[in-house]
Design a protein around this ligand. Sequence first.
Ligand code: SAH
Ligand code: SF4
Ligand code: F3S
Length: 476
Amino acid sequence: MENSGELVHIGRPKRSKVRREPNPKRASRGKGVYIHTFGCQMNVYDSEKLALLLESDFETLDSPEDADLILVNTCSIREKAEHKLYSLVGGFKNLKERNPDLLIGVGGCVAQQEGKNILSRSPLVDFVFGTHNLSEVPNLVARAQSGVTGQVAVEYRDEWEELPLAGKGGRASTFVSISRGCNKNCTYCVVPTTRGPEVSRPVAEILQEIRLAAIRGVREVTLLGQTVNSYGLDLLPRMKFSELLELVAEIEGIERIRFTSPHPQEIRSDFFEILENNPKVCKHIHMPMQSGSDPVLKAMNRNYRMKKFYSIVEGVRAACPEVAISTDIIVGFPGESDSDFEATLEAMERIRFDSSYSFAFSERPGTKAAEFTNQLPLEVRKERLARLQALQDQHTQEKLDSWLGRETEVLVDGFMKSAPQRVQGRNSQNILIHFDSEYDDLGPGVFVSGRITRASRYTLHAERIRQGVSNEVPSR
Ligand code: SAH
Ligand code: SF4
Ligand code: F3S
C-alpha cells in the first residue's frame, strides 16, 4: 500500500461515554505496558524509547497477561512479518475480554504503511501510530483511556523527534540511532516508504545519548542507520561517518563501537583507515551484498557492482586481517536466472562470509519489484534459499572451527538461557561465546579473555584465561 506521507490524524469520541470503573486488582499495583517488537534493531531501539516515554504511568512488563496497555511495534520488510502482527493481535482477544480497559496500540512499519486499514482489519486495535510519531504515544494513550477511538497518527516529520535519551542501566551494550529513513530506493524495499527520507541525527544529541549510556555502565554501542555510513551528508557543515566514529571513540567508558549497516556505495578510504587504526571500532562489518550477480544488482537498484564489492572486501581484510564479514542476501529476485544464482554462490565461495542473513524475495506492496512481470515461482525461491543456506552453514562452521585454541576478548553481556549460572558474551567479531564454567566475579559489562575450547552451531565455547580491560559496571 502506498503511503502518501500526508497528515492523518483521526480521532472520534465514542458515541456513548462509557464510565470506566477502576479495576481494584489493577489499581492496587499500578499500570503495566507490554511492548512486542518485530523487525530490525531500529524497532528495538524505538520500543525502548516507547517504554521510556510511558514510564511515569506504566511499568514495562515482560508478558501481555497482566498488561493494561499493549503496544505492537511492527515490521513489513517481508510478508510473513505482516502476518505475524495480525495473528499476534488476534491472540490478545481473550485478554481484552477479561479486561475491557486493556488498550492495544499498533506502531512501526506496517502501521506507517497501512494506517487506518489496521483498525478495520483488526477491531481489537485501539490506535495506530507511525514511525515518526513515537512522542505522540502518551497522548494517544491518554485520549484512548478517556474513550476516544479510531486514532491514527502517521504523519512524517522533517525534524528528529524529541525523545528521552538513554535507557536502563546495568547492561553492557546498547543501540543508538544516528540516522533515520533511507534515500536509496532499492526496488524490493519498503523502508524508504515506511521510514521516510534519510535524515541524520544531530551529532551533539548522539554523543550525549552515548555519554549517558556510558555513565550507566554501557561499554559497547551499536550505531544504527539504514545506510549508516551515509551519516552526515545532509548536515551543515557535512560530517563524515568516520569523523562521527572518532568522536564516539573519545567517550570515556565506551570500549567498543559497532555499526549497522554500511552500504557499499558509500565506502571510501577513510572507512578502511578507521578500521585499521581505531582499536575501539569492532572487527566486524555487516555489509549487505544482496546478490552476487551484476544484472540482478542493477535490477535491485543497488548502485554498486561485484567488482566494487570484492574490492571493498579486499580493502577491509587488508586493513584488518582479523575482521569478520557478514551480509544479507536475497534469492529469487524477479528475473534471477540459474546463472545469476550461481554467481551469488560463487561470490559466497570467493568471499566466505562469516555469517549471513538470507531471504527469499517477497513482493512488497508499493515497491517497484512487486510490479516486475518476471516473478519466480515460490518453489524456486525456496529451493535456492535452502541451497544458499546450506553453503553458508558450511562456511560459518569453517570460520568457527578456525577459532579453536585461540584466545579472544569477550564482553560479557548476560547469562546463558540453558545454564543461568554461566555467562555469555561476544568478541569483537560479534561471535556469541559461552563460558563452560561458572565464574562468580563475571557479569554484564566485564571484559574477559577466553580460550576457545569448542565450536558448536553459531556459537563458540571458551574457558577463561584472565579478566580484560574494563571490569566495572557502575550501578545506577
Ligand atoms: N538498510 C539495509 C537493509 C535493511 S532491510 C541495507 O540496505 O543494508 C534488511 C534486509 O532485508 C535487506 O538487507 C534485505 O536483504 C532484506 N529484504 C528487504 N526487502 C526484502 C524483500 N522484499 N524480500 C526479501 N528480503 C528483503
Ligand atoms: Fe532498503 Fe535499500 Fe534502503 Fe537498505 S538501502 S533500507 S535495502 S532501500
Ligand atoms: Fe522492518 Fe521497518 Fe526495520 S520494515 S526491518 S522494522 S525498518
